[in-house]
Design a protein around this ligand. Structure first.
Ligand code: SAM
Length: 362
């Protein structure tokens, strides 16, 4: 690893700004549960000779207030500590008590099974915390973990906030909500509707929304606790308003919207300005229904705007991708592949191709 190649036994008397950023960088990867072998440790192991710095590492990761409330899986935390201990031992550095104490606490902790929290750090420093399952497919759905295309689309949105600003945004197949929450927190849409069709996904999505919007600025005082918010849940058809930022009149809703079983009336009256979706083109069989929903939303005669759609897809299979493009063409929709995000914000496997399509009526 780079740290061992650059190994220095010089003990810094203090740690300056660069080292503060090293702790922050490692902490952001820890919060997002980046595999220890993939973590960019920067110069961390050069500054861990002192007990103070080892304690700082523990306080910014395992012992941090946010990650204590929303912890990564127990297995992950154990792997993280084990990696640090073995690395320090390899470097001949004495392991401080704080690290052993954290390990002992973890040994006694009951395992949370398949469930964990991943916290994604946006460039602004804003955090988005998502409760996920460790398995990519769980309870018969792919929607209970966050996929790379969701992170890709969120990164693109963060670089293009004007697309969403003051717009009514609808997300299809939202899954756990990372993309939508990133957009909602940073791009100032006038409203955001998340949607999915799987009951366990919708339940997790609602819970993630409440977790993240609890501390949003401008939230009416009375909405500042989960209990108060849930008292205000309002049903409107299949759409449930889970959060209403009263002062700014911004609304967040979750909708049970199945592409194969959706009332045209509902679609016609939704009027979104922007439609987004990530990793929803993964099976040829779902393509016709998905395209039908996109078409109805884009060709909405009640709309005063010209709605547009942005769909990010991991290209796993050329046939599925081509079926989607052909179906868009037959539906008289215009599409173009647009450039993805320029900067890396999240930590995901970038070796698999992800394609972003901008779709409009002809
Ligand atoms: C691969 S996951 C992607 C989730 C999320 N967008 C992400 O990228 O992390 C696909 C999502 O599409 C949803 N989905 C699949 N078929 C659907 C349908 N017919 N109607 C609505 N949502 C559907 C699933 O429930 C799941 O949440």
């Amino acid at each position: 690893m780079q740290e061992s190649q650059n190994k220095t036994k010089t003990m810094p008397s203090d740690f300056g700004d660069a080292d503060v950023s090293t702790f922050a960088h490692v902490a952001s990867q820890y919060r997002a549960m980046v595999m220890t072998s993939k973590i960019s440790w920067k110069n961390l192991f050069c500054i861990l000779q002192t007990e103070t710095n080892q304690e700082k590492l523990i306080h910014s990761t395992i012992g941090n207030a946010h990650t204590t409330k929303y912890p990564p899986s127990r297995t992950y935390r154990w792997a993280f500590l084990k990696y640090i201990i073995s690395k320090l031992e390899e470097e001949g550095i004495e392991v401080c008590d704080a690290i052993y104490e954290a390990s002992a606490t973890l040994i006694n902790e009951v395992d949370n099974g398949d469930s964990c929290y991943k916290t994604y750090t946006l460039k602004s420093g804003t955090l988005v915390t998502i409760r996920e399952t460790v398995q990519t497919i769980s309870k018969g759905t792919t929607g209970l973990s966050t996929w790379p295309a969701a992170q890709y689309l969120a990164e693109w949105a963060l670089e293009n906030p004007e697309v969403f600003s003051k717009r009514r945004v609808l997300e299809l197949g939202s899954g756990l909500g990372l993309t939508g929450l990133s957009i909602y927190k940073t791009c100032q849409p006038s409203s955001f509707t998340f949607s999915d069709c799987h009951s366990a996904v919708i339940a997790s999505l609602k819970s993630n929304i409440l977790t993240n919007l609890e501390d949003m600025p401008k939230v009416d005082e009375k909405l500042s606790t989960n209990e108060d918010i849930s008292h205000r849940l309002t049903k409107c058809g299949t759409c449930e308003i889970v959060h209403d930022l009263l002062k700014s009149n911004k609304q967040v809703s979750v909708m049970d919207l199945d592409w194969g079983d959706t009332d045209s009336w509902v679609l016609e009256h939704m009027n979104p300005d922007i439609i987004i979706a990530a990793d929803v083109v993964y099976d040829v069989s779902i393509v016709p229904n998905l395209v039908n929903v996109i078409k109805k939303l884009l060709l909405n005669k009640h709309s005063t705007h010209h709605p547009e759609a942005y769909i990010a897809s991991t290209v796993r299979n050329e046939d599925t991708r081509n079926a989607f493009l052909e179906c868009l063409e037959s539906a008289d929709l215009k599409f173009e592949k647009i450039a993805g995000p320029q900067e890396e914000v999240f930590f995901y496997d970038r070796s698999v191709a992800i394609e972003l399509l901008h779709i409009r009526p002809v």
